[in-house]
Write a protein that binds this ligand. Structure first.
Ligand SMILES: Cc1cc2nc3c(=O)[nH]c(=O)nc-3n(C[C@H](O)[C@H](O)[C@H](O)COP(=O)(O)O)c2cc1C
Length: 235
């Protein structure tokens, strides 16, 4: 199913749940048109209703826009070009195996095909990967910070639920977003730039806004395996 990419001026009309769940996909190209703060607040109100382990409500979200976002983009590009990574949480695609590796490879192929970059073109891959640090042109970004509890597995799950509620709220309005682990690679400088205490860890960010229908990054559609490949029924 393709997403309704017509941006609404007001948030009064939303898709049904079924339409919303199927319309949501990762948007990698946004119009240079900031979302009104009132709609951003509605999306944040929706996200706030996410469930959390033991009702800790551990989400600590920072919304960055305007000049601040332009400054942060410059810092992130510089750090990325220099390879100065400072993630709060480890990330290694080499851990994927079997079917999981194949699905990751399918994403890589779809991504580089859409961006017209050959897999062996290292410079081209760096260039399109760096689009993460221009936030795919989104005029606003949510950084999802969290407190650290034990091995962090449960709190990370809570942030995931919050993030998905945020994304579905956008999709219901014909808007879009993309969760970005790539932003978490520079947790240190982002925390410093935003004045966030070391108490909070950065899991990922979400660039969001009005989808740009003509952006190459929005030609990517990832299939899903059938339900019966993921679910086992027990009676
Ligand atoms: C937590 C999380 C982090 C992600 N990080 C990135 C990222 O850094 N850059 C990117 O282009 N896509 C990122 N994605 C998007 C995934 O590639 C995408 O969800 C997946 O390929 C399925 O496609 P769909 O979201 O369009 O259905 C991330 C997704 C999730 C859930």
């Amino acid at each position: 199913m393709t997403m309704n990419l017509v941006p609404p001026e007001t948030s009064s009309k939303t898709l049904s749940f079924k339409e919303t769940a199927r319309a949501r996909r990762s948007i990698r190209g946004f119009l240079d048109k900031p979302m009104p703060l009132s709609i951003i607040r509605e999306v944040l109100e929706d996200a706030q209703s996410a469930p959390s382990n033991c009702n800790t409500q551990p989400w600590n979200t920072h919304i960055v826009r305007g000049e601040k976002l332009r400054q942060l983009s410059k810092i992130l590009h510089a750090k990325n070009d220099a390879g100065e990574f400072s993630p709060d949480f480890s990330f290694d695609q080499n851990h994927f195996y079997g079917e999981y590796r194949k699905r990751n490879d399918a994403l890589g192929k779809a991504y580089y095909d859409a961006m017209n970059v050959m897999r062996e073109d290292k410079e081209g891959r760096h260039r399109v990967g760096a689009m993460n640090y221009s936030f795919f042109n989104a005029p606003q970004v949510a950084f999802l910070f969290m407190p650290s509890f034990g091995d962090n597995v449960r709190v990370a799950g809570d942030i995931g639920m919050y993030g998905q509620t945020f994304l579905l709220s956008l999709a219901a309005r014909g808007l879009g977003g993309i969760p970005q682990t790539a932003l978490g690679f520079f947790a240190g400088p982002i925390r410093e730039f935003l004045g966030v205490s070391d108490e909070f860890k950065l899991l990922f960010g979400i660039s969001f806004g009005y989808p740009d229908e003509s952006a190459p990054g929005n030609r990517i559609y990832m299939d899903r395996v059938p339900v019966d490949s993921s679910v086992t029924f027990h009676d």
